[in-house]
Design a protein around this ligand. Structure first.
Ligand code: SAM
Length: 279
């Protein structure tokens, strides 16, 4: 997958997106992040990209000419017109469902604003969708763009070890993830739940699903309500509230697949296990 970022600060993006999983995904050719400096396209003699707002008021506005020209040069280089996003506090807030939808694009152009934002005609002319990363205002679109690129890239085949790496995580199935433990089995008198040391895969799965429900109910009641509405029987069954005759054995329909490719997760952690740098 390809991300084309239009920004006034390309260096900051390259630095941050060159490390860890995303950096390796770029090196391995799974994703491409190409930055274009909007300032390189200004027709101003003084390399200006912003100006005072018509009607007065504080702050400066990024003018349309350099942005639209940078965008057009990107489209011409690619030979097709990808979906164009503008990172903006006025956009729809990024969530896992949006990330899954954007993942289906082979390329995204991402416009980062600064100052008071961009001239409205830029939105009319080139932008397909405004995306926010939350209901607060940042100084520029670079951090939001990096958040979006990170979040979407994790869904690209091969970036993580397997689909289960993200399918079990918070938000993917409408629940928060279960709690994690690693060595030592006891720390400051706090022990790892016995079930995780039992080696009983099916019981571990049931326990994890119950924990997902419990912590979603406690931390995000809004998400829990939505999940319960969609999967009432699975919730009742997990909490042991489903009448016996309606209980089913094995994985229930709404229960997310908690298959983990790592067999160590299903039993005691072997003493020789080497922790990974990051995952
Ligand atoms: N004047 C704008 C408003 O009130 O809607 C805010 C402009 S903000 C200071 C400058 C740039 O930061 C925006 O053009 C946008 O690209 C980016 N930005 C700020 N907050 C953001 C957010 N929550 N999500 C996405 N982008 C954001």
């Amino acid at each position: 997958m390809r991300f084309e970022v239009l920004t006034l600060f390309p260096e900051s993006m390259d630095r941050m997106l060159g490390e860890s999983i995303i950096g390796r995904a770029r090196e391995g050719g799974l994703i491409t992040v190409q930055t274009t400096n909007i300032r390189d396209y200004t027709e101003s003699r003084h390399r200006k990209v912003d100006d005072y707002p018509y009607g007065g008021g504080t702050g400066l506005v990024m003018g349309p000419q350099p942005i639209v020209d940078a965008w057009q040069a990107t489209v011409d280089r690619l030979g097709f017109k990808p979906r164009t996003l503008y990172m903006s506090p006025q956009g729809k807030v990024l969530d896992q469902a949006m990330a899954s939808r954007l993942r289906k694009e082979k390329c995204l152009i991402i416009l980062c604003g600064h100052y008071e934002g961009v001239d409205e005609r830029v939105l009319e002319e080139i932008v397909d969708e405004e995306v926010s990363i939350g209901d607060y205002v940042l100084t520029g679109g670079e951090l939001p763009a990096m958040v979006l690129i990170d979040c979407v890239s994790r869904l690209v085949d091969g970036v993580l070890a397997s689909e289960s790496s993200y399918a079990e995580e918070s938000h993917y199935a409408g629940l928060l993830e279960y709690p994690h433990y690693t060595r030592p089995a006891e720390y400051h008198g706090r022990t790892v739940p016995d079930i995780l040391l039992s080696g009983h895969h099916a019981k571990v799965q049931k326990w994890r699903f119950l924990k997902m429900l419990e912590r979603t109910r406690d931390k995000r009641p809004d998400m829990f309500d939505a999940y319960e509405k969609a999967h009432p029987e699975q919730v009742l069954e997990a909490f042991g509230l489903l009448p016996k005759k309606r209980r089913r054995h094995g994985k229930t329909a709404g229960e997310p697949s908690l298959q983990n490719g790592n067999p160590e997760m299903n039993g005691p952690v072997p003493a020789d296990r080497k922790p990974e740098a990051d995952s």
